[in-house]
Design a protein around this ligand. Structure first.
Ligand SMILES: Cc1cc2nc3c(=O)[nH]c(=O)nc-3n(C[C@H](O)[C@H](O)[C@H](O)COP(=O)(O)OP(=O)(O)OC[C@H]3O[C@@H](n4cnc5c(N)ncnc54)[C@H](O)[C@@H]3O)c2cc1C
Length: 394
């Protein structure tokens, strides 16, 4: 059976799909979102498996950092409007080694002129800002106020309810899209085919299917360099006695991971020393971070294994290394683990947002890698502003 569905069908209810649904709905389009997983939790992909770190400090200076700050305002808008927990708590990169502190000091000096609101903190200032900083090891830190912590499981479950109520966006969970046929002319529609045989027609389709690069439009990814990346994660029990760690925490090792720090000349020797002394950190892409959500649990991670190295099984060695490095720089009242899991995202080697139009009226948005929570709202808003024009506020 074929039914006329909507101006836009979005395939995938992860953060990229939701960001597109929101941007289109704000412009007055009728929107239907389809995801193969089942409500009420909906999406089970990368968007519910992450730290919930909105993290502009990791973006390179210039247009991407600006875009991240634009995304920040969108996150604050939707968090307020939809009413989900969030904490604009900022971030601390904790240094436990002098050469990591050198990189932070250089970044604090250079990045301020490039639009970053960052400061180098002394040991005493660091301990005053976070009770989770380990007084026995921490030498100082890089403070940034722009980061926001969200509980991604809560946000990804709440945003659809908000979009439904506020804009009439419809959600169809538990249905797999097996094909999307393009429009044959300017006035024609696209057809979205479901595994159960049903079909929907729509003005256009946005395919936001995350790490599944082999399902819909695999040819669009061929030769693109797009990669899949697996990350291991852990989460503590709620911290006792209402302990709050304050800002989200990253490590010296994190400086090796985010492009922002590549403006520092001191990064190369620090990277080289880590590679020489602990080559397994490069091999498994380990750097460590921690975020605490409203319920008091602390989410910990992570590692990075790519493509053919991705196994369905998690490595205990990686979890042990993550905990070893975290415990070196942090103190928590309880390190008892409530959960461990892994997640996979799609990452383009050069672009922060992979875009393709495989058929007329059919668009793909994907490949934001480890910055999808940070950048999705801005990328989607930018795309819809270009294609549908300025915002019509209802
Ligand atoms: C462990 C981990 C930690 C991370 N931490 C952070 C962080 O702190 N900050 C940050 O900015 N980013 C972080 N990221 C990155 C971020 O989570 C991802 O970039 C982002 O979630 C990708 O969103 P997505 O919507 O593309 O994919 P997903 O969330 O995977 O959503 C894709 C959806 O498409 C659906 N789908 C796929 N195929 C079909 C089909 N054929 N029919 C119907 N539905 C389909 C899937 O069911 C899924 O729900 C992290 C990622 C991971 C894995």
């Amino acid at each position: 059976m074929t039914v006329l569905s909507a101006d836009l069908v979005v395939v995938g209810a992860g953060i990229v799909g939701l960001a597109n649904a929101w941007a289109a709905a704000k412009r007055g389009l009728s929107v239907l979102v389809v995801d193969r997983f089942t409500a009420p939790k909906g999406a089970q992909g990368a968007s519910v498996r992450n730290f919930g770190m909105f993290w502009p400090v990791g973006q390179p200076p210039g247009p991407l950092h600006d875009l991240a700050l634009f995304s920040r305002s969108l996150w604050l808008d939707i968090a307020r409007e939809a009413g989900f927990w969030h904490d604009a708590c900022g971030s601390l990169h904790l240094a436990v080694e002098p050469d990591a502190l050198d990189v932070m000091a250089e970044f604090a000096t250079k990045a301020r002129d490039l639009g970053f609101d960052v400061a180098l903190l002394s040991k005493a200032e660091t301990l005053a800002r976070s009770p989770a900083a380990n007084p026995d090891t921490v030498l100082g830190s890089l403070w940034s106020p722009t980061e926001i912590c969200v509980d991604s499981r809560d946000a990804i479950a709440t945003i659809p309810r908000y979009l439904e109520k506020r804009f009439g966006v419809r959600f169809l969970y538990g249905q797999t899209v097996v094909g999307v046929d393009g429009a044959s002319g300017p006035n024609d529609t696209v057809t979205v085919r479901l595994a159960n045989g049903e079909r929907f027609t729509a003005g256009r389709a946005m395919v936001a299917t995350g790490e599944d690069l082999f399902g819909l439009f695999p040819k669009a990814y061929e030769g693109s360099g797009m990669r899949r990346c697996k990350l291991q994660m852990l989460r503590t029990v709620p911290q006792p006695d209402g302990f709050r760690m304050g800002p989200m925490i990253a490590s010296g090792l994190t400086l090796r991971h985010y492009k922002a720090f590549e403006i520092c000349e001191s990064l190369a020797p620090y990277r080289a020393r880590i590679s020489r002394e602990q080559p397994w950190l490069d091999q498994y892409g380990i750097h460590v971070m921690a975020s605490q959500h409203g319920h008091g649990m602390v989410t910990l991670g992570d590692s990075h294994e790519y493509d053919g190295d991705i196994l369905p099984f998690d490595r205990q060695f990686i979890d042990d290394e993550i905990l070893r490095h975290l415990k070196q720089m942090m103190r928590l009242p309880s390190w008892e683990l409530a959960e461990t899991w892994s997640g996979i995202y799609a990452k383009h080697p050069a672009l922060t947002c992979f875009r393709a139009d495989p058929l007329p009226g059919v668009h793909i948005m994907n490949g934001m890698g480890g910055s999808g929570m940070t950048m999705s709202f801005a990328h989607a808003e930018k795309w819809w502003a270009q294609h549908e024009g300025p915002l019509r506020t209802a």
